[in-house]
Design a protein around this ligand. Sequence first.
Ligand SMILES: Cc1cc2nc3c(=O)[nH]c(=O)nc-3n(C[C@H](O)[C@H](O)[C@H](O)COP(=O)(O)OP(=O)(O)OC[C@H]3O[C@@H](n4cnc5c(N)ncnc54)[C@H](O)[C@@H]3O)c2cc1C
Ligand code: FES
Length: 287
Amino acid sequence: MTEGADRVTSTAPSAAMAPVPYRVRSRVVESPDAATLCLEPLDAVLPAPQPGEFMMLYAFGVGEAAISISGDPTVTDGSITHTIRAVGAVSRALHGAQPGTLIGVRGPFGTTWGLDEAAERDLVMVAGGVGLCPLRPAILGALANRTRYGRLMLVVGARSKADFLFAAQLEKWADDPHIELHLTVDVPVQDWRGEVGLVTEPLRRLALRPDRTTAFLCGPEPMLRFGAAALLAKGVAARDIRVSLERNMQCGVGWCGHCQLGPLLVCRDGPVVGYDVAGPLLRVKEL
Ligand SMILES: Cc1cc2nc3c(=O)[nH]c(=O)nc-3n(C[C@H](O)[C@H](O)[C@H](O)COP(=O)(O)OP(=O)(O)OC[C@H]3O[C@@H](n4cnc5c(N)ncnc54)[C@H](O)[C@@H]3O)c2cc1C
Ligand code: FES
């Protein structure tokens, strides 16, 4: 069973609204529109984020956006890693930030994937597009404590081969006996020998032990719904399917109401929520 894993940070509410300056230490281009930034503190160090949590990143003079952590949770040097896809003004500014650029950081905020609660169980992780970013710390955390878990299965979908994030790491995982990797693309290209289609296809073929399986899903909402439906059809309980939700965020601390989804404030009650709670809400059109 994987119940909510809210973590109370040591940050007081008013302090949580004040961005702390971090500097871009390194920038790695991941795909045509995504880049990974490693940020290091200038002075004050924020509490280390846990897999699933997000930070509010402020591009000075442009604005703020919620961005999940995507780095290795076993790295404890005070740095924070984020992978950002450029879709609008703020994410474009963050995505383009070069080493040395100052970024304002608030957080960490939100709920975690609940890796501790999933100990002893099989893990199925399903990512669509940039949905792999919030899942990466959970994958690396599980691999670092591999004996704590049963099978570790990862299903990743991308628009095309060029859109897979963390390509070098995916190649390594493909040869790693500790993880079962399934990749699929929407658009095949000549040198793609893998699967073509939605993530639900490899997911449907997985032989699972449903009462011993915990699933983590992150990606576009239709992917969450169809992915969860495939897992439910295999007998996995809705509460053991944890999905990461996205809503427009402003304060990040449950004050402004911008991220409301039915009875939930996604910044406070999410982003990671059990499908027993998220499922009925995601089925309501334009909630
Ligand atoms: C909890 C949480 C975690 C997140 N983690 C990440 C992350 O790790 N990496 C990351 O790149 N983004 C992440 N996001 C999404 C990110 O916050 C938004 O992409 C960003 O706020 C967009 O702001 P903007 O000003 O650049 O674009 P806006 O001006 O707000 O939007 C520009 C255009 O892009 C569209 N758009 C906005 N967001 C998205 C989106 N997510 N996908 C596709 N189209 C979009 C809008 O509809 C609009 O048409 C996360 C969001 C949440 C709530
Ligand atoms: S972003 Fe303000 S309440 Fe969630």
